[in-house]
Design a protein around this ligand. Structure first.
Ligand code: NAD
Ligand code: UGA
Length: 462
């Protein structure tokens, strides 16, 4: 089949590469010239495990091409995937800061390009995460700008991949959702995903669109639930890790449930999607305080963590801090809405003089993000930071260590070596560790003499 993905970010690039791997002729388009230039030169502008190999292989075979020209992408394809961003947008004159609608400007622009350049019947698939009824707007927009009478069909095929595991998720998806209010496109879409016949869910376009947001909302609800339980555990002596284990043993909940407590969810999806879903309820005149509470818990979880740091460390101006994990999760370079970055910014605002930072993939994106902040808070964030190339470098000669994202690399750190590195061998120098994601064994850390705090895992501290 001839396929185009318009928007070549985490979703468009990964799905485009996978379609080409399955033997289709694919063009990935993006308005970002430097991104496309890099791709044409064989560089991959984002980090995703396995993506470079996939792109290299299919680019060389000629099945995967890149362009900045949406006309070329539209003309090439029988199936066009819209994969542009749908970021949160403040609602004007709203009394409620949590009401943010999805900004559909980019989706609208692509719809107009499709109308302008369509040259034969095509299936237009929305893969971006959008509010329910967006498909109807896409259809109306294309019709409005269409100059020739050419049939087209709008389908919703939401994407459920996770960053850091995007290639794996696309090659082994839990489900493929195909939503359309007309019958014509189902045969072609079924054929495209013919390797997963059992996993296809066919439905109308509204259910497909809402199903995607509903799934993200549900996952976010469980994370916030785990986080309020963690606060209760801190007060009562229960261990939120054990509490989650007990819950996950229930087959109706399951071992993969999003019940890992921490400093909250980040990323380019949960924060904006929960807000967008809350906004849809509001626009439909329905109440959804549940979703608002989820966002409030998430927003205050970093504050809660910072309070714990303040309580234990007391003064920050005389201490060196180290932060491990800057991306919003492990194995990605994406720092959008990263909770670790929020912690880092708060430490800077609190007057921490020097902060060593480490992340396997996100040092450059962090530097860029902090550069964009400029002197907004009266100082240059980057001047306070020491970017470290290794965990060892970040952990040596430092007073306070903060773990902000879950990573096997951090789990491998040996407590004895860590204590020695942090204190520079002066074993009577105090070392503080604050875990925003459960990483270490508290008993081992206490044995080594660390002052140790792990969200929702109270134990006798030194
Ligand atoms: P992204 O920001 O990484 O990529 C979007 C790309 O679209 C950008 O490169 C941008 O330059 C390009 N673009 C914008 N307007 C364009 C236009 N008119 N023509 C061509 N290109 C244009 O975003 P993403 O993370 O890939 O997410 C895309 C959509 O998929 C969002 O709706 C998101 O919610 C959804 N989604 C994301 C993930 C994820 O894990 N990132 C997972 C599932 C669904
Ligand atoms: C999430 C969903 O998991 C995907 O199914 C969905 O396609 C995607 O959003 C999207 O719509 O864009 P992603 O944001 O890439 O994927 O990553 P997750 O693994 O879901 O993690 C999101 C955040 O939640 C991270 O900050 C993570 O640390 C946090 N999290 C996750 C927790 O705090 N606790 C958990 O138990 C799980």
């Amino acid at each position: 089949m001839k396929i185009s993905t318009i928007g070549s970010g985490y979703v468009g690039l990964v799905t485009g590469a996978i379609f080409s791997e399955w033997g289709h002729e694919v063009i990935c388009a993006d308005v970002n010239e430097s991104k496309i230039e890099k791709l044409k030169q064989g560089e991959v502008p984002i980090f995703e495990p396995g993506l470079k190999e996939l792109i290299d292989r299919n680019r060389t075979s000629g099945r995967l091409k890149f362009t900045t020209d949406n006309k070329e992408a539209v003309e090439h394809a029988d199936i066009i995937f819209i994969c542009v961003g749908t970021p949160a947008e403040e609602r004007i004159k709203s009394h409620d800061q949590y009401l943010k609608r999805a900004n559909l400007t980019y989706v609208g622009k692509v719809a107009r390009d499709i109308a302008m350049y369509i040259d034969r019947p095509k299936i237009v698939v929305d893969k971006s995460t959008v509010p329910v009824k967006t498909g109807e707007h896409v259809e109306k927009t294309i019709k409005r700008y269409l100059s020739k009478d050419i049939p087209f069909w709008v389908v919703s095929n939401p994407e459920f991949l996770r960053e850091g595991q995007a290639v794996k998720d696309c090659l082994d998806p839990d489900r493929i959702v195909i939503g359309c209010n007309q019958q014509e496109p189902f045969k072609t879409m079924r054929e495209l995903y013919s390797r997963f016949p059992e996993r296809i869910i066919e439905t109308n376009i509204w259910s497909a669109e809402l199903g995607k947001l509903a799934a993200n909302g549900f996952l976010a609800i469980s994370i916030s639930y785990a986080n309020i339980l963690a606060r209760l555990c801190d007060k009562t002596g229960a261990d939120v890790g054990q509490v989650a284990k007990i819950m996950k043993a229930d087959r109706r909940i399951g071992p993969k449930a999003f019940l890992n407590a921490g400093i909250g969810y980040g990323g380019s999806c949960f924060p904006k999607d929960v807000a967008a879903l809350y906004n849809i309820f509001s626009e439909e005149g329905l109440d959804s305080q549940l979703l608002k509470e989820v966002m409030i818990v998430n927003d205050t979880q970093v504050e809660y963590f910072i309070e714990k740091i303040k309580e234990e460390v007391w003064t920050v101006g005389d201490k060196t801090f180290s932060v491990l994990g800057l991306a919003f999760k492990d194995d990605t370079d994406d720092v959008r809405e990263s909770r670790g970055l929020e912690v880092l910014k708060e430490l800077c605002r609190m007057g921490a003089p020097k902060i060593k930072v480490y992340d396997k993939h996100a040092l450059e994106t962090t530097r860029e993000e902090l550069e964009r902040m400029g002197m907004k808070d009266g100082f240059d964030y980057n001047e306070k930071l020491l970017y470290c190339d290794t965990v060892n470098e970040a952990c040596s000669d430092t007073d306070v260590l903060i773990v902000a994202s879950e990573s096997n690399e951090f789990k491998e750190i040996k407590p004895y070596h860590l204590r020695k590195a942090m204190t520079n061998g002066e074993m009577n120098r105090p070392s503080w560790i604050f875990e925003g994601r459960h990483t270490f064994n508290p008993t081992e850390m206490l044995k080594e003499g660390f002052i140790f705090y792990s969200i929702g895992r109270p134990f006798e501290r030194k």
